[in-house]
Design a protein around this ligand. Sequence first.
Ligand SMILES: Nc1ncnc2c1ncn2[C@@H]1O[C@H](COP(=O)(O)OP(=O)(O)OP(=O)(O)O)[C@@H](O)[C@H]1O
Length: 248
Amino acid sequence: MNGSQPVLRLDHVGFHRGRRAVLHDVSLGVRTGEMTALLGPNGAGKTTLLRLLLGLARPDSGQVWLDGQLMAHWSRREVARRIAYVPQGHAPLFPYSVRDIVGMGRLAEAPFAPRLRERDRDAVAHALAELSITHLAARAYTELSGGERQAVLLARALAQGGHILILDEPETGLDYGQKQRLYALLRRLAQRGHAIVATTHDPVQAARIFDRAILLRHGRVMEDGSAAALLVPVMLDRLYAPQGGSEE
Ligand SMILES: Nc1ncnc2c1ncn2[C@@H]1O[C@H](COP(=O)(O)OP(=O)(O)OP(=O)(O)O)[C@@H](O)[C@H]1O
């Protein structure tokens, strides 16, 4: 863990779905140069927490801070310039080309431009090359395999720029080699000064790859600390013990 100020922070955040509390008093900070894994059993609140970090949901109590300002004070476009998101299993209805999908990452920079400018095209080419998928540029996204799609969504996030990258279960559907390349890429981005946050259901890999782990259970932060220290069998047994119908 590094000692820098968090670029993204939840401060005593609570969130409800209808009358049910989904997150309770969650406080955490995300720092540049750091890879943070978010783990917890199904329904623990990981995706909800990501939505709050992305500014897509507003907390019922507490505050979300982005680059030292309340999230609510940033416009959607300003947020998109700072935070890129790689969602899970994204399947558009229309067969856009890979180049078009990655180009959509440039919309926050040039929302009204009729077509991509030269520097947008350069950013797209650079992102495709970084993910080693330049050869897929003209292919229809809808005709790609799951792993290829995941690489395209990552390229879109890279083309978008910004210093915070949030990923929802990014290793889903990837084979062993693709996973290793994904983790190496995330590490390179962290070393270049990105803050990386990813949910994962793979604690064994997360212990090896991530700097930090936040363990979420019943909508509360159970532990927050070094991934290697926290992601050990005794802790994982506690984290993934049957949740039952009520909170402990
Ligand atoms: N649209 C919704 N309406 C009502 N409740 C919801 C909705 N989305 C999620 N929930 C509930 O909020 C809680 C947290 O869900 P969330 O999707 O954040 O969990 P998660 O940790 O991401 O789970 P998973 O690992 O299964 O993806 C769950 O109890 C879920 O049933």
